[in-house]
Ligand binder design. Sequence first.
Ligand code: ADP
Ligand code: MG
Length: 449
Amino acid sequence: MNYSDLATLWNSVCRKLRSELGDPVVNSWILPLSIDKFDANTLYLNAPSMFLRDWVVNNYADKIVSCCQTENQSVKVINVSVSSANAVPEKIIAFSRFEQIKTDEVTDLSIPLDPKLTFENFVVGKPNELAYAAALRVAESDKVAYNPLFLYGAVGLGKTHLMHSIAWTIKSRLPKQRNIAYMSAEKFMYHFIKSVRYKDTMAFKEQFRSVDVLMIDDIQFICGKESTQEEFFHTFNALVDNNRQVIVSADKSPSDLNGMEERLKSRLGWGLVADIHPTTYELRLGILQSKAAACSVKIPDKVLEFIAHKITSNIRELEGALNRIIANAVFVGREITVENAREVLSDLLRTSERKVSIEEIQKKVAAHYSIKLNDMFSPRRVRQVAVPRQIAMYLAKKLTTLSLPEIGKNFGGRDHTTVLHAVKKIEELVNEDTNISEDIKLLTTILNR
Ligand code: ADP
Ligand code: MG
């Protein structure tokens, strides 16, 4: 058979396969193949990757042969080899395949990186120095230093900023070799569900397993989503086994991720776990100074100090406050003074002042039950102090953003499991014991005032 006969044969075979196997399968697995030659009853095909070759041979070889035979009886077997000559980089194969399957959205695995989120623009202070050092180390080391790198902290403290910074640094160090995929856990789930819907999970697996660095932001999103967790677990293991870097962020430590499978929780904690603590005054001021320096209007130090003092929740709000002051100066022509800042930020100031602290909870609960404040930290277990202490832990969980270990620390260095136990127990009591549920309602009102 000459090449043009072969091409005609292959085209009709593809058409037949399409009607028997469906578009997604043909687009994913058959179109990437190219015909090579026909010799001694054997049709020789080339596949662009080993993975694709194996998959085709194991799943579609018989179908391909039978379709060939309806065109040309003499085809008895197929032989698929991996050809480096027409090999397309894995990434491109995966993308073009996705393009053919779904036309309604972006095909790149990684979402675009924000050029402002770099290590240079990240202000380092006590609360984030560990996370920063770990991120820098992962970004700059040639070997996989820690796997996974797990960054966690409350919202708005710089997790996403650090992840983008790592991606930028790796991209600039190794522009060609590294295939970096950065995305939110939500996006990961979306890709996964889509692949299930299009019956194309193998393409999904191949696509994700071909990355060098996988970064999943806000992994807590898949808590309680079992099949996505399962898929992530396998992707994760495959990458780690192949010495690829995995970086994950969350709003809690691995052990505090409720609704996450135990084996995944434990796996996530195997590498380096670095937390970002709530900001300190120094860090907030440092960040404001660096942002103010980059801006065209002059902002008096007093105003920066005022904002750093008042907006304590997180860095996103801090930036928001500064931007609002700048906008008022630039667009409304309002002079930048502490008085004006107070007015411009009045709503933010109110919410940040309303925040409940753990000390307040302990004080109010102790006073309510007429026990000593010290009993909140003491090891005493008599019921008269143990129950109020558990109520205080429960309220700390409900009313603050602190994690279980952090709450435990504040109650005389107790373990997070003790806190968890307390929270569960009080949750039960609230349903069974009207006295306790009334107490909790009252305390919550007092604390939220
Ligand atoms: P998270 O992902 O933890 O919710 P982000 O990384 O989105 O928080 O940070 C919120 C905002 O604060 C972003 O605009 C980010 O650039 C800024 N930011 C956070 N940490 C720092 C820092 N240390 N220095 C400068 N800007 C920061
Ligand atoms: Mg984030």
